[in-house]
Design a protein around this ligand. Structure first.
Ligand SMILES: Cc1ncc(COP(=O)(O)O)c(C=O)c1O
Length: 529
């Protein structure tokens, strides 16, 4: 539609004042035209009637155009108008509540932007989010896999990338959840809000099985049941000062770093892929994946053993060194042992509290996700011993347990009764048999991957006490280069090590959570590459 320039120059206030009239006029003609357009779309009408209806629509649009032009407003398209503001146009189209957009004289609808004046009034965002490195790892993997499968429609792609489990929930857990759901449906067995920290029946089992049995004393009010370790690991930083300095092993589960970036504890990311104001502790083949203790004092140290992504574990001696270091420096260790159930070596601690004195320096994160296939069911827990203390600016001691209790009860309303009953069943004798079978299945996968890749000449790490195999990329390839090569030549998807931190560059993660037949085919294909 042709644009007819009018002489009037509009202020934003004037445009907004006249908008109700413009909207009323437009509505009237729009509704008339829509009825006719529906008739026209109905091809059952005879040709001559169709034509006359089309003419009528044309007339309606002409009338609408004239009415708008009479108001000295430009018409730029169907139900699309522009108000000349002397430096470009304010732009409005049918369906919009207000005059919200503008564009230059030589731009059109597609280039319109929110009006500056409107922008000034807008609520400000948390700009720390903009510091986050663009393109999270897994979406980028998804994008590349999709591009490959679009171009190679018959390719049978095997995914050994994302760390989700594949075996169904064990029957004992399912039965417990079904019973709990039925109980919820009975008058006497209904449960509304439960304790935010979790039901005693579950906490007692956690303590008995995961701690007392390993010689560790934990009190009920030191355990907080939640809907996942991801949330716990991500949210825990809220109870620390914004000035706290964090130290992370590099490479590592990205949630630790990203949540601190969001909170504003870091600077921008540098060309080396590191955020300013974080202490990175590289763990590579060169240091046997045992990072040096930072010289500068970290307030918070994130440790994850068995490690995601390297699959490495911490020995008792090594954990003792960490506990001693934290005591010496006055640091708090956030110990993520989401994969403890994969530890096969009886000498390797499953809990940091197996180290004397750890209760004064460490919190521990545990999850049912990988232990019992709860990735889609959601249940985890966090242990914060009451001995663990921080201080206020003025030097008063405060217990982290009480801070987290306040945080948890304010922002979280508890894991569902049905889920907690399912989690409780994990600790029953039969539940233990069933989940151990699942873990053995995954660990057998890990063995096949580790040995298969070893035979194919790859340098592999992890996979003996963890469901992850960390391999050095061949010929010095970058992680993403190897990703593309593996996808292109073997149709196997893994996870580039660089996605877990700068020191992961040149490494690659394969997960043992796949189906056995897929693992076997993947290894055969890789061996033929
Ligand atoms: C190291 C680590 N911690 C925590 C989690 C999150 O577990 P959850 O499913 O309990 O949120 C994961 C999940 O992949 C993980 O790898």
């Amino acid at each position: 539609m042709e644009s007819i320039l009018t002489k009037k120059i509009w202020t934003l206030e004037e445009a907004r004042e006249v908008l109700p009239l413009v909207r009323d006029i437009t509505k009237e003609y729009y509704l008339k035209a829509s009825v006719l357009a529906d008739d026209v779309r109905n091809k059952m009408l005879p040709e001559n009637i169709l034509e006359s209806k089309e003419d009528e629509i044309g007339d309606i649009i002409k009338h609408w155009t004239n009415e708008i032009l009479n108001l000295k407003i430009d018409v730029k398209g169907l139900w699309l108008v522009d108000f000349d503001h002397g430096n470009g146009f304010y732009c409005w189209t049918w369906g919009e509540e207000d005059v919200l957009y503008e564009h230059g004289y030589h731009e059109g609808f597609r280039s319109r932007k929110l009006i500056e004046e409107k922008k000034k009034k807008m609520t400000q965002i948390n700009e720390n989010y903009l510091k986050l490195k663009a393109g999270y790892l897994f979406p980028e993997i998804g994008r590349r896999v999709k591009a490959y499968s679009d171009a190679n429609q018959n390719a049978k792609i095997i995914r050994l990338g994302i760390g989700d489990v594949t075996l169904p929930l064990a029957p004992t857990i399912v039965n417990a959840m079904v019973d709990a759901a039925k109980e919820m449906g009975s008058a006497g067995g209904f449960h509304g809000y439960g304790p935010e920290q979790g039901y005693s029946f579950l906490i007692q089992k956690i303590i008995a099985h995961d701690y007392t049995a390993r010689g560790v004393q934990i009190a009920e009010d030191e355990v907080f049941v939640s809907d996942g370790s991801k949330c716990d690991c991500g949210n825990i930083q809220e109870i620390f000062s914004l000035d706290s300095k964090i130290a992370v092993v590099d490479p590592v589960y990205p949630v630790y770093v990203d949540t601190n970036v969001m909170a504003g504890r870091t600077g921008e990311v540098g060309p080396d892929g590191r955020y300013a104001n974080i202490i990175y502790m590289p763990a590579t083949e060169e240091n046997n994946f045992e990072p040096e203790f930072p010289k500068e004092k970290p307030d918070i140290i994130y440790l994850c053993y068995p490690n995601n992504p390297t699959g490495m574990v911490a020995t008792k001696a090594r954990l003792t060194e960490w506990v001693d270091y934290a005591k010496k420096m006055g640091s708090i260790i956030l110990y993520d042992s989401a994969y403890e159930s994969f530890i096969q070596d009886p000498e390797i601690p499953k809990s940091i509290y197996e180290i004397p004195g750890a209760k004064e320096v460490a919190m521990e994160f545990r999850s049912f996700s990988k232990t019992a296939g709860f990735t889609g069911t959601r249940c985890a827990y966090l242990v914060i011993p009451k001995d663990l203390k921080g201080k206020t600016k003025s030097g008063e001691e405060v217990s982290f347990n009480s801070l987290w209790n306040r945080r948890h009860t304010t922002k979280f309303n508890g894991v569902s009764y049905v889920t907690q009953k399912g989690a409780e069943a994990v600790f029953s004798a039969q539940g233990q048999v069933e989940i151990k079978e699942q873990i053995s299945y995954y660990m057998e996968n890990a063995k096949l991957i580790r040995e298969g890749l070893g035979k194919a000449g790859y340098k592999v790490f992890g996979g003996t006490n963890a469901p992850y195999i960390w391999l050095k990329t061949p010929r010095g390839l970058k992680s993403w280069e190897f990703f593309d090569e593996l996808l292109g030549k073997a149709q196997v998807v893994g996870t580039p090590g660089s996605g877990f931190g700068p020191a992961g560059e040149g490494y690659f993660r394969l997960s043992a959570f796949g189906k056995r037949e897929d693992v076997i085919s993947a290894i055969e294909r890789i061996q033929k590459m």
